[in-house]
Design a protein around this ligand. Structure first.
Ligand code: ZN
Length: 312
């Protein structure tokens, strides 16, 4: 082989080597590009999935919000604070009077009402847009010139039957309504009457626990001193249980006389309730406030008439 041939062979070898290394670089570049493309598409897909999951989460939250809003607005008769029309004229306020609530449908009477009737009546009141007041709110309207919602009502119970806790209280809570219970202080440990624990629980919830005397005897049959003792002792006993001031009394059987009215003031009560039929208004003596006793015969229409059309 001459030198020219040797040079050519070497040149061809170098050319092949260069060609091979060029091919290798090309493959490497293609590989890197491939990896980059795969990596990017994986990243995009993860991102999309995360966004989708997030959106799903958000839409679930939104749905829950909508449901919650739906629940609050769908609440029958429930008025929002800004929907309430406040009045401060001298209008009568219906104070409804119940006694015992029963699950026994055969037990119907002037002071016993089946729980279904009771619930129907309260629902009618609520659906008509009425708002239940506490004793303090009624007192503020009658004697301190404070406004009340245009559609106001007070729900009261006399005697303090145990069913007021077992049957009425769950319904009041369900319908978000306030009420007042007038209890006989010497009956607080009787099995058919509200116990101090039950009274405390209801009082803590916002039910007003007020007085119906110590013994439930007719006040009008007693002398002044005995009446005063009934009023004072029951007030002290109930305040001990609830830890709140007792400001109102309902007269047993609705009976009272001039001495009662004086004794009520002397014993420190702000309001005394009769069972004389009518609304309570600012022209009434604070010791002679009317109420409306309602029994099982009242259908929704009768209840609405009581709220709207009762003459003084
Ligand atoms: Zn009574």
């Amino acid at each position: 082989m001459d030198s020219t041939n040797i040079k050519r062979v070497r040149y061809n070898k170098r050319k092949r080597r260069r060609k091979r290394s060029k091919t290798n670089i090309g493959i490497l570049v293609k590989l890197i590009l491939c990896v980059a493309v795969i990596f990017t598409s994986i990243m995009i897909s993860i991102d999309k999935q995360e966004k989708a999951t997030l959106n799903m989460g958000l839409s679930e939250v939104n749905e829950q919000d909508e449901n919650n809003n739906g629940d609050t607005t769908a609440e029958a008769g429930e008025k929002r604070e800004d929907e309430i029309v406040w009045v401060n004229d001298n209008r009568g306020v219906p104070v409804i009077c119940y006694h015992s609530i029963t699950e026994d449908k055969t037990k119907k009477g002037p002071i016993v009402i089946p729980v279904e009737n009771f619930k129907e009546q309260l629902k009618t009141i609520k659906d008509a847009g009425y708002i239940t007041l506490t004793m303090a709110e009624l007192n503020g309207y009658l004697y301190e010139n404070k406004p009340i919602p245009e559609k106001s009502v007070i729900i009261t119970f006399d005697d303090g039957y145990r069913d007021n806790y077992t049957l009425a209280f769950p319904i009041l809570k369900e319908l978000n309504m306030k009420a007042t219970i007038f209890v006989i202080s010497s009956f607080m440990n009787r099995s058919d009457c509200l116990s101090p624990e039950e009274l405390k629980e209801m009082s803590d919830y916002g039910i007003d626990i007020e007085s119906h005397t110590v013994s439930h005897k007719r006040l009008s049959d007693m002398n002044y001193k005995t009446q005063l003792k009934e009023l004072k002792d029951s007030k002290v006993a109930i305040e001990k249980v609830t830890g709140k001031p007792v400001t109102a009394i309902a007269y047993p059987e609705g009976k009272y006389n001039d001495n009662t009215k004086k004794a009520v003031v002397e014993a420190g009560y702000a309001m005394g309730f009769t069972i004389e039929r009518g609304y309570a208004d600012r022209n009434d003596l604070s010791t002679r406030l009317n109420r409306i006793c309602v029994d099982y015969t009242y259908k929704p229409n009768n209840i609405l008439n009581v709220l709207k059309n009762l003459k003084k």
